[in-house]
Design a protein around this ligand. Structure first.
Ligand code: HEC
Ligand code: HEC
Length: 305
């Protein structure tokens, strides 16, 4: 009897260990092929600056409440609250020790597009690489070039405050397995070049869905509710629906949306509030054609009531 029981237990252990091994194998961090980052040439720094604002890096990586040039000191930001605990965005200034001054383009590119850290570890998706994975290698090269020109800071950001099991980076592999891919968020038939540009900006660097799309219990987007709004993942209040089905912006013209992104004023002269304030400041730094492209895309996506 006992031996049967032991055999059973051993069997469970083997199946368990095999299962865990398979899990590790399926969910191992995956870098890009190094050729992706080779031969991109000298970065276009002026464009890199635009990518920086499109990507909203300062919103998390600059100290909270900083204005003007202080937003370029990427020494680590305000605590980011989530259902899993509190994250602290690290220093990504050009400091070689505290920041990413010593990183190669390939290391930076793998962080941005694969969520893989410098030492090959999984990064938490509170760093919105689930969106940045859609960025082109050229944009990443230009952005990396621009980041080298911003001031170095030797300040070390605090460690994340996460409970078990969320403090285990291995678990992130499971999240990636379930949710991480670079497929378009919505299929748009016959999209114009302008709408395609808007799609790239919103689904990629702009990471608008990270706030505007509702999530399931494990933190993945609900795909049929793309940009349909929902509870604020950081706590208080709700995030508005920005599809054509929205009670509010559904009636705005594309010009109204572009003007809101530029000035922060709605067609009724209300001003932008909450976490959108930072996003709008960044959007104001983009070329007008990019804001118009974003507006065109928001008009073209499926309406969710
Ligand atoms: C919503 C907040 C948020 C935004 C926006 C954001 N990040 Fe981050 N970033 C984080 C967090 C949190 C981490 C830490 C992730 C971890 O520890 O796994 C991080 C980590 C990183 C890392 C890895 C650093 C390291 O030391 O391992 C890099 C590189 C990075 N971010 C670059 C950027 C760039 C470039 C942008 C803009 C295009 C950006 N981030 C925008 C929150 C953000
Ligand atoms: C950090 C979270 C966050 C991100 C990222 C974000 N938004 Fe918002 N957005 C908000 C919040 C919160 C509001 C509500 C603002 C208010 O109450 O004034 C909002 C409001 C809006 C509105 C006005 C909706 C209305 O009904 O008044 C538009 C349009 C909009 N966002 C577009 C975008 C676009 C485009 C992007 C990507 C470039 C984006 N947002 C990224 C949080 C975010």
């Amino acid at each position: 009897m006992a031996s049967k029981w032991l055999k059973g237990l051993a069997g469970v252990a083997i199946v368990g260990a095999t299962g865990f091994g398979v899990f590790l194998w399926i969910t191992a961090p995956q870098r890009q092929d190094p050729s992706v980052w080779a031969n991109l040439g000298d970065p276009d720094l002026a464009h890199g600056r635009e990518v920086f604002f499109a990507g909203g890096c300062a919103s998390c990586h600059a100290p909270a409440g900083s204005e003007g040039d202080a937003r370029l000191i990427l020494s680590g930001g305000a605590p980011i609250k989530s259902n899993f605990g509190t994250f602290h965005a690290p220093n990504i200034s050009s400091d070689p020790n505290a920041g990413i001054g010593g990183w190669t383009l390939a290391q930076f590119g793998d962080a941005m597009t694969r969520g893989v850290g410098r030492n090959g570890e999984h990064l938490y998706p509170s760093f919105p690489y689930g969106s940045y994975s859609r960025m082109t290698p050229k944009d990443i090269n230009d952005l990396f070039g621009f980041l080298k020109t911003v001031p170095a800071s030797d300040k070390v950001a605090p460690a994340h405050e996460l409970g078990f099991p969320f403090d285990q980076r291995l678990a992130i592999g499971g999240w990636k397995f379930l949710y991480f891919n670079a497929a378009p968020r919505v299929e748009l038939a016959d999209a114009s070049d302008m709408v395609k540009r808007g799609q790239y900006l919103v689904e990629g660097p702009g990471h608008c869905g990270e706030c505007h799309t509702p999530r399931d219990a494990l933190g993945g987007f609900k795909p049929s509710e793309w940009l349909a709004g929902g509870p604020n993942p950081e706590g208080e209040g709700t995030i508005p629906n920005i599809t054509p089905g929205s009670k509010s912006i559904g009636s705005w013209s594309a010009g109204d949306i572009a003007a809101y992104l530029e000035t922060g004023f709605t067609p009724d002269f209300d001003s932008v509030g909450g976490t959108m304030v930072e996003v709008q400041k960044n959007m104001a730094q983009l070329p007008a054609s990019d804001r118009e492209a974003i507006a065109a895309y928001l008009k073209a996506i499926p309406a969710v009531p």
